[in-house]
Design a protein. Structure first.
Length: 317
């Protein structure tokens, strides 16, 4: 009769008293601590919401009365319009600055670096005030030959209105931040792409437009969404230069009605609604580009003959 090798095997190193356990029916223990933390958090949140809702000092009836007031809605349209225009100019100028910053031309790179240093290093509010008071420094704006004749000139106050000052301040400041975002996206692309494009006889500009920028978009788009959300909130600063944005509109109302807190709540709720919608859009965009990254990783792993981890929901598709 032959003995089973398992019977003569030495006991595990954990000790002779260690018992073999059947793990067939094992399950994750009930997370008591996590459930308790959730319960405490929800209780505190419910108490805070109940306290705010029951507090008459917030003036919720005033909030409901002026939430869709025409003055408030007009200010909301101004804020949204400023955001779109400033972001459009900022992205275009930021792209040019990023290309100049990466250029081998010392003059272009130095000028782009100086621009980014100045506009990122000074507060946006100060820039807006300077633009609004530009006539104090330069009473007239002119086009001509330096140290030579002037071809045409304008009165500065007729050119720099609150609208143009707001657009110039927001767009030029945003361009400095977008330049760094775009530069980071361009640097994320393999340098071999440039060499390949040059081998095919492409110019640098055409290689950027056809090959480099499309690949860099996966690194550029998500932080650009953050900048868009920041721009929505930054438009509130133009109220200091008498620009009738959302914040200025509610200020004009509470200056008449003295309902300061309720009118500020109107602006806060509108800002939260807009940023919430943008957050949802940004999450979809980030999910789209992360899915592209996972697919490219899976393709690379398949070519190399190594297994790649794919999420369960994508494997089912």
């Amino acid at each position: 009769m032959t003995s089973n090798p398992r019977d003569s095997a030495p006991p595990p190193s954990g000790g002779a008293d260690l018992e073999l356990r059947d793990v067939a029916n094992a399950h994750t223990p009930f997370p008591k601590g996590r459930v308790a933390a959730w319960a405490v958090t929800l209780l505190i949140a419910a108490y805070c919401a109940w306290s705010i809702a029951r507090n008459d000092n917030f003036g919720w009836h005033v909030v409901g009365q002026y939430f869709f007031d025409p003055v408030v809605i007009d200010g909301l349209y101004v804020s949204l319009g400023l955001t779109v225009v400033a972001m459009a100019f900022g992205i275009v100028l930021g792209l040019l600055l990023a290309i100049a910053r990466l250029s081998k031309d010392t003059l272009a790179s130095s000028l782009a670096s100086l621009y980014i240093w100045f506009f990122r290093g000074t507060p946006l509010l100060v820039q807006l005030i300077f633009w609004y008071n530009l006539s104090t420094l330069f009473p007239t704006l002119s086009i001509g030959i330096p140290f030579g004749p002037t071809f045409i000139s304008w009165d500065t106050n007729s050119v720099i209105s609150p609208m143009t000052a707001a657009i110039a301040g927001l767009a030029l400041n945003e361009a400095a931040y977008m330049a760094e975002i775009i530069r980071g996206g361009l640097l994320s692309v393999d340098k071999g792409q440039f060499e390949t494009a040059e081998a095919f006889g492409m110019t640098r500009i055409r290689a950027l437009r056809r090959i480099i920028i499309p690949q860099a978009m996966r690194s550029i788009v998500p932080p650009t969404g953050n900048q868009l959300i920041s721009m929505i909130k930054a438009t509130s600063l133009v109220s200091v230069i008498a620009m009738a944005d959302l914040l200025y509109s509610v200020q004009s109302i509470y200056n008449r009605t003295f309902e300061v807190i309720p009118m500020l709540l109107v602006a806060v709720i509108w800002y939260l609604l807009i940023t919430s919608v943008l957050n949802i859009g940004q999450s979809y965009i980030e999910r789209h580009y992360s899915r592209a990254d996972r697919r490219s990783a899976a393709t690379k792993a398949a070519k190399e003959g190594t297994p790649a981890l794919v999420p369960a929901q994508e494997a089912g598709q």
